[in-house]
Design a binder for this molecule. Structure first.
Ligand code: NAD
Length: 249
């Protein structure tokens, strides 16, 4: 008996990186899983790829309904789709602020709103949001991104408070720097990718990047009935970056 036998899940941003690793792990543990993504063709069986733009409410409602109707139920929502932004508070114009907040924050609200009627029918409902160490640390040169993940932190706690009594648990993971295609693109764009990678590794007390699989295991724990008494928790998966923040060097 695996953790997710008989349960159905959707994973936004499930075609790449953390979302992909999470979708594959959920499926390997017995869930039926749909990856809701701008690029659904990048996933293959047993995952079901469904085109979805989390900034478009009609697209979200159609994709969530397609997954739930196909599986006949919906138990687990992984709100993971996200995009980045670089620079200090002056670096991004209004359009960029709206775009990042639309994907990273309002996207999670849209997907959750569309999924709640199905989750209320599940005996084992869970939502897991992908937050970031940026929510707590306020990363330098990541003002907009840090603000968006700070909002995800608050949204997670508020959703947990609102829905725990109806049996829907809401939690989040807060990864440090994870070795995904996203970080690969950032490294490729750096003047010295090897030096940039070394700097990112050094920033984490563990001295290495987090793997997408490590985040996926944390997400799956929070999504599974094994964490049935955990709600409103944001679990750091960051090589000790947050937990060890007060430790002298
Ligand atoms: P990634 O770029 O590898 O994957 C992101 C996926 O989201 C892609 O498949 C993309 O198509 C999809 N996506 C983007 N915009 C979308 C939209 N509007 N609608 C639907 N899908 C959309 O990124 P990743 O590194 O796996 O990051 C996933 C999540 O983890 C993000 O929320 C990110 O903020 C968070 N995170 C990443 C890191 C890291 O270091 N990689 C650290 C902390 C948090």
């Amino acid at each position: 008996m695996t953790d997710f036998d008989g349960l159905a899940a959707i994973v936004t941003g499930g075609a790449s990186g953390i979302g992909r690793a999470t979708a594959e792990l959920l499926a390997a543990r017995g869930a039926r899983v749909a990856a809701l993504d701008l690029n659904p063709d990048q996933v293959s069986e047993p995952l079901v790829g469904i085109r979805c733009d989390v900034t478009d409410d009609a697209s979200v409602r159609a994709a969530v309904a397609e997954a739930a109707e196909r599986f006949g139920r919906l138990d687990i929502v992984i709100n993971n789709a996200g995009i980045g932004a670089q620079g200090d508070v002056a670096a991004n114009d209004d359009a960029q602020w709206h775009q990042v907040l639309d994907v990273n924050v309002i996207g999670m609200a849209r997907v959750s709103r569309a999924a709640l009627p199905w989750l209320r029918q599940s005996p084992s409902a869970a939502i897991v949001n992908t937050c970031s160490i940026a929510a707590w640390a306020g990363l330098p040169q990541r003002a907009l991104y840090s603000a968006s993940k700070g909002a995800v932190y608050g949204l997670t706690l508020a959703m947990a408070a609102d829905h725990v009594r109806e049996g829907i648990r809401v939690n989040a993971v807060a990864p440090g720097t994870v070795d995904t295609p996203w970080v690969g693109r950032l490294l490729d764009a750096a003047p010295d990718p090897a030096a940039e990678r070394a700097a990112l590794q050094a920033r984490q007390p563990s001295g290495r990047l987090v793997s997408a699989d490590e985040v996926a295991h944390a997400v799956c724990y929070l999504a599974s009935p094994l964490s049935g008494s955990t709600a409103g928790t944001v679990l750091a998966v960051d090589g000790g970056m947050y937990g060890l923040r007060l430790r002298p060097p």
